[in-house]
Design a protein around this ligand. Structure first.
Ligand code: SAH
Ligand code: SF4
Ligand code: F3S
Length: 488
C-alpha cells in the first residue's frame, strides 16, 4: 500500500497529449512517486517496426525507458501508443514492494490475451523484476519471450534477433561500469520544459528492507562531461529544468584523467553554471551522505532549487539500526537543522517513511509520528513495509507487525503528513514566488500551473503566459495539495 502526498502529480497528467515518441504508462514509486499513468503518442519516422513500452517504478526506471527507446530506435523501431499494432511490447518493471510486482503480473495477464490473438508479437520484461526473477520469469509467465536486466539494454537488438530465430532470450548481467553515458535518451512524456538526467546507477547501501542493490547492482557514477553535454543539449532544445537522478546522489564521485575528483557538490555547481535560466533539482539524498558542502552550493546558486528529498524511513533510532540506514534520529534532525540554517527555513523537505518494519513497537512508531511533527515535512511518500525475498531484513528478521497494525500506523502517518502539507501551504498564502510554468492545469485550459523553487505546484489564470515562462505569482489560496495564485 502506498500513499503519496507529492504535489506535482498534476504535472504528468498535463503532459499526456504533448509531444511524444513512445507509449509510456508509468507508475512511480520513488521521488516522483505519484501513482500516475503517463501516455505518449506515436512516432512515425518511417521505421518498419513498432515498439510499445510501459514503465513502472521510480524516475530512474523511467529514465531507463528513454535509453531503451533510443537503443530500439537505432535498431529500426518507431513507437506506438496502441499495443495492438506493436511488434514488440516491453514492460519496464519495479520490485520495490510486492504490490509493484503484482501490478506487472496483472498487466502480463492482459497482454497474454493480445499475444493469443497475435502470437508473433514479442513480449519482453525489463527492469528490476527481470533482474530479480531472471530466467524464472520464463517458467512462470509462458508468453514472455525475453527478460532483460537494467544493465543489459545495449544487447536488446541482439536478443530480439534470438527471439526472431525462435529462442527465448535472457540477459541479466549486472555491470560495474555501465552508465549508458554515450546514449542520448529519447525524451518521453516530454513537456519541453523539465527533464531528468541519470547521474549514477546502482546502490552500495545495504538498507535491510531494500531490493534495489540486488536489482540494480553496484553503485557507479557517470562521467561529468557526458552529464554536462546532456544538460547543455537540453538547454539548446529549450528545456528550463533538469533533475539529476540517482539512488543516493550525495555519493556521486567521478575522477578525471588528472586525478581530480568531482563530488556531488562540484557536479551540482557545474550544472548550475551552465545557465542561470536552467533550474536544477536532484533526488535522492541519503541523510548519511548529504554534506554541508552541498547545502552551501545550493545556497550559493539561485537556480539550484530549494528542495531536498531526504527520506527518513523511521523516526526511531532502534528501527533505523535494524533498517541499517547507518544514521540515527539525532543525526537526521541535525541534517534537517543544517538545511534550514544554511539554505533557509523555506527550503522544501520531503521524506519517505515505512510503517510497520520488522519488530516495530508502538513506541517506535510513536517516534516516527513525533519526528514528523518536529520536521513538518512539505511532502511525504508513505508506505507499509513489504518484505522482499532475500533482502537482509527477510533473512534476519521476522515480518511480524500484523497487516491491520501496519495499515493503522500508515493511516496515522498519512494523517499527520496531510495536515503538515496543508499547514505548509497555508503559510504560503500572501507570499510571492517565482515559478516556472510547466503547462495547463489538470482541470482547465484557462489555467496554467508551475512550480516554486521549493517544489510546490501553483495553479493560476493563464492570461498570456506559456509553458517555459518564469513569472512571479502571489499565492491567494490553497488546498492540501496545491497553491492557487495569480500572476503579478
Ligand atoms: N534510494 C532511496 C530510496 C529508493 S526506494 C533512498 O535511500 O531514500 C523508494 C522508497 O521505497 C524508499 O525510500 C522506501 O521508503 C520505500 N521502500 C523500499 N523498500 C521497501 C519495502 N521493502 N517496503 C516498503 N517500502 C519500501
Ligand atoms: Fe535502497 Fe537504501 Fe539504496 Fe535507497 S539507499 S536504494 S533505500 S539500499
Ligand atoms: Fe526503481 Fe523499483 Fe527498481 S523503485 S530501482 S524500479 S525496484
Amino acid at each position: 500500500m502506498a500513499y503519496s502526498l507529492y504535489l506535482c502529480s498534476l504535472n504528468f497528467v498535463l503532459t499526456m497529449n504533448l509531444i511524444s515518441d513512445i507509449n509510456i504508462i508509468s507508475q512511480d514509486t520513488s521521488p516522483a512517486q505519484a501513482d500516475n499513468v503517463r501516455t505518449t503518442g506515436d512516432s512515425n519516422t518511417g521505421k518498419k517496426r513498432k515498439l510499445y513500452i510501459e514503465s513502472y517504478g521510480c524516475q530512474m526506471n523511467f529514465a531507463d525507458s528513454e535509453i531503451v527507446s533510443s537503443v530500439m530506435f537505432d535498431a529500426g523501431y518507431d513507437t506506438t501508443s496502441n499495443i495492438d499494432e506493436a511488434d514488440v511490447v516491453f514492460l519496464n518493471t519495479c520490485s520495490i514492494r510486492d504490490n509493484a510486482e503484482q501490478k506487472v503480473r496483472h498487466r502480463l495477464f492482459h497482454i497474454n490475451n493480445a499475444k493469443n490473438r497475435r502470437p508473433e508479437m514479442v513480449v519482453g520484461v525489463l527492469g528490476c523484476m527481470a533482474e530479480r526473477l531472471k530466467s524464472k520469469f520464463l517458467d512462470e509467465e509462458k508468453m514472455v519471450d525475453l527478460v532483460v536486466g537494467p544493465d543489459s539494454y545495449r544487447t536488446l537488438p541482439a536478443l530480439l534477433n534470438e527471439v526472431d530465430e525462435g529462442q527465448k532470450a535472457v540477459n541479466v548481467f549486472l555491470s560495474r561500469e555501465e552508465t549508458y553515458a554515450d546514449i542520448t535518451p529519447i525524451r518521453l512524456n516530454n513537456n519541453g520544459v523539465t527533464a531528468f538526467i541519470s547521474i549514477m546507477r546502482g546502490c552500495d547501501n545495504m538498507c535491510s528492507f531494500c531490493v534495489v542493490p540486488y536489482t540494480r547492482g553496484r553503485e557507479r557514477s557517470r562521467d561529468l562531461p557526458s552529464i554536462l553535454n546532456e544538460a547543455s543539449e537540453l538547454i539548446n532544445q529549450g528545456f528550463k529544468e533538469v533533475t539529476l537522478l540517482g539512488q543516493n546522489v550525495d555519493s556521486y564521485k567521478w575522477e578525471n584523467e588528472h586525478g581530480n575528483v568531482i563530488n556531488f557538490a562540484l557536479l551540482l555547481e557545474q550544472v548550475a553554471l551552465l545557465s542561470p535560466l536552467l533550474r536544477v533539482r536532484f533526488s535522492t539524498s541519503h541523510p548519511k551522505d548529504i554534506t554541508d558542502d552541498v547545502l552551501y552550493t545550493m545556497a550559493r546558486y539561485e537556480n539550484i532549487c530549494n528542495n531536498i528529498h531526504l527520506p527518513a524511513q523511521s523516526g526511531s533510532s532502534s528501527v533505523l539500526k535494524r533498517m541499517n540506514r547507518t544514521y540515527d534520529r539525532e543525526w537526521y534532525l541535525e541534517r534537517v537543522q543544517a538545511i534550514r540554517r544554511i539554505i533557509g527555513p523555506d527550503c522544501g523537505i520531503s521524506t519517505d517513511i515505512i510503517a510497520g518494519f520488522c519488530g516495530e513497537t508502538e513506541e517506535e512508531h510513536q517516534d516516527t509520528l513525533s519526528l514528523m511533527h518536529q520536521v513538518k515535512y512539505d511532502y511525504g511518500y508513505l508506505f507499509a513495509y513489504s518484505e522482499r525475498p532475500n533482502t537482509p531484513a527477510a533473512k534476519k528478521y521476522i515480518d511480524d507487525v500484523p497487516e491491520d497494525v501496519k495499515n493503522r500506523r500508515l493511516t496515522e502517518i498519512i494523517t499527520i503528513q496531510r495536515q503538515s502539507s496543508h499547514e505548509s501551504n497555508l503559510r504560503d498564502i500572501g507570499k510571492t514566488y517565482e515559478i516556472l510554468v510547466e503547462g495547463y492545469s489538470k482541470k482547465s485550459e484557462d489555467f496554467l500551473q508551475g512550480r516554486t523553487s521549493n517544489n510546490k505546484v501553483v495553479v493560476f489564470p493563464k492570461k498570456h503566459y506559456q509553458k517555459g515562462d518564469y513569472l512571479e505569482v502571489k499565492v491567494l489560496d490553497c488546498t492540501s495539495a496545491t497553491l492557487l495564485g495569480e500572476s503579478i
